[in-house]
Design a binder for this molecule. Structure first.
Ligand SMILES: [Zn+2]
Length: 343
């Protein structure tokens, strides 16, 4: 069970100053993987910058130019949450290109699965707008690239970041070849992600939002995975699974109110890996989105790699959740199943 990872110090050159989405996030992950000896078990995959044509699979060319120009001017704020430095444009090209490389390594059989440890993150970026710390939509770009390059009929994107991936939803809303499934806290930033947003035209049913109330932990997420995501994935039968891996769903995260443990992320990764094995020859590529508690982030990314490698898992950040008492999501699950015609 070989697993690869993409990392490049160029990702640290996206300097956000006083911010939660900082270079220290990746540094924490990489040093934890190093310290625990995991790096030695993984296959390094060299990053490359995405080409402008690749970025333009998802983004308007004048928007790409605007990002380049902003970097050339030394950076600046693009919206109240999203800031750039001089190095951000290049880092963003390498973030999209890094995930493309992860996909190439998986599709080419160099590794069983791969995880792109990149920043800036991507799933909020729309075709013409930076938002939510995201400049280019890495996962949408990689999915479009993979559809074209490998002539895949269908790709499944699973997004377990605590925020809804509005940009990814937008990119594939009318595209029946890509199923986008998102679990997210709701109502919450960025405001999209309601249960009724199911896809347009021939793509109806391929956009699946599972808007969860605050306080959901491992039990609720596993229920959602087992009762909704697994049967939908089987029905869709993708040729590749891509994952927007956001660890701001962790109970220790400062931005959101979910209760998932490090072990919970391992269980989700196990289910996704199982789906990839069952449905598409194991072809699975993940990309880093959010996750803002450095210890929880590093431990959860390591746990994800442990699952990809088939190692046993321990949860160093275990312990009881912040709030006791399970959240009742049975009615929500019932509604999602009804809308998406799961018996
Ligand atoms: Zn997030």
């Amino acid at each position: 069970m070989s697993a690869g990872y993409v990392y490049d110090p160029i990702y640290l050159k996206h300097d956000t100053g006083q911010h939660v989405e900082v270079a220290a996030r990746l540094e924490a992950i990489v040093s934890h993987l190093e310290k625990t000896g995991l790096t030695k078990q993984l296959t390094p995959i060299e990053a490359r910058p995405a080409t402008i044509d690749e970025i333009a699979l998802v983004h308007q060319r004048d928007y790409i130019k605007e990002i380049e120009d902003t970097a050339q001017k030394g950076g600046g704020w693009l919206d109240p949450d999203t800031v750039m430095s001089a190095g951000s444009y290049e880092a963003a090209l390498y973030a999209a290109g890094g995930l493309i490389r992860a996909v190439e390594a998986v599709m080419g059989g160099e590794v069983g699965s791969a995880f792109a440890l990149v920043r800036p993150p991507g799933h909020h970026a729309t075709s013409r707008r930076a938002m939510g710390f995201c400049l280019f939509n890495n996962i949408a770009i990689a999915a479009k690239y993979a559809l074209d390059k490998y002539k895949l009929e269908r790709i499944l994107i699973i997004d377990f970041d605590v925020h809804h991936g509005n940009g990814t939803q937008e990119a594939f809303y009318d595209n029946p070849r890509v199923m986008y499934i998102s679990t997210h806290e709701y109502p919450f930033y960025p405001g999209t992600g309601s249960i009724e947003e199911t896809g347009g035209g021939a793509a109806k049913g391929t956009n699946v939002n599972i808007p969860l109330p605050a306080g959901c932990g491992d039990a609720e997420y596993l229920k959602v995975f087992e009762q909704i995501i697994v049967p939908l994935a089987r029905r869709f039968s993708p040729g590749l699974i891509l994952v927007s891996a956001g660890y701001d769903t962790h109970r220790a995260d400062p931005l959101a109110m979910m209760e998932v443990s490090t072990g919970g992320f391992a269980k989700m990764a196990g289910i996704i890996k199982g789906l990839a094995g069952e449905l598409c020859g194991g072809r699975l590529a993940l990309t880093l989105e959010g996750g803002y508690d450095l210890n929880a982030l590093a431990a959860s990314v390591k746990a994800t790699f442990d699952v990809l490698l088939g190692n046993s898992i321990e949860d160093p950040l275990g312990g009881p959740p912040r709030r006791s008492g399970a959240v009742d999501i049975d009615r929500l699950i019932g509604t999602v199943k009804e809308i998406h015609k799961l018996s």
